[in-house]
Design a protein around this ligand. Structure first.
Ligand code: AMP
Length: 144
């Protein structure tokens, strides 16, 4: 199954924030949008990083007054992305290998077309398993 199946179900919206915004405002944004990570984009809408709740926890652990610091001081600059032609299984491997739970998805033309989280991947897998189970039950109950 392709990543596009997930995006078709959840939508293409990707939340972003500026690098000079404070960590306190970042937390507000994560809560408001109910997401675990946002992309960091500059004034020209170029992706300059990604920041997740994990970065906030690390920053607070290292330095309690971190709330007044900027997103750019805690974000990850090397953003791992995946093409929309990727298989969901590839994305699962990528997330496991790189230990990340959020992957921005790019079109063939390199445009941002969505963000897939580990929650989306797990939901997709559960739906697939449920469909398989239901087909098997149907087969057992009604015959092939
Ligand atoms: P997460 O597991 O997604 O909450 O993030 C764990 C760490 O990986 C944090 O430091 C994030 O900034 C970083 N991270 C999350 N997603 C990506 C990504 N797509 N590319 C690069 N780093 C990421």
């Amino acid at each position: 199954m392709h990543v596009t199946t997930i995006l078709a179900a959840k939508g293409h919206e990707v939340f972003s924030i500026g690098p000079d915004v404070s960590v306190a405002d970042l937390i507000r944004s994560l809560c408001e949008h109910d997401v675990g990570a946002v992309l960091v984009v500059d004034d020209s809408d170029e992706i300059v990083g990604i920041v997740s709740e994990r970065d906030v926890v690390r920053a607070l652990c290292a330095n309690a007054p971190a709330l007044s610091e900027t997103v750019s001081s805690i974000m990850t600059r090397e953003v791992v992305t995946a093409p929309d032609a990727a298989e969901v299984a590839d994305l699962m491997q990528l997330m496991t290998k790189r230990r990340i739970r959020h992957v921005p998805i790019l079109s063939e033309a390199n445009d941002l077309v969505g963000m897939v989280s580990i929650g989306d991947v797990v939901k997709n897998r559960m739906d697939e398993l449920e469909a398989d189970r239901s087909a098997l039950m149907d087969y057992i109950t009604h015959g092939g």
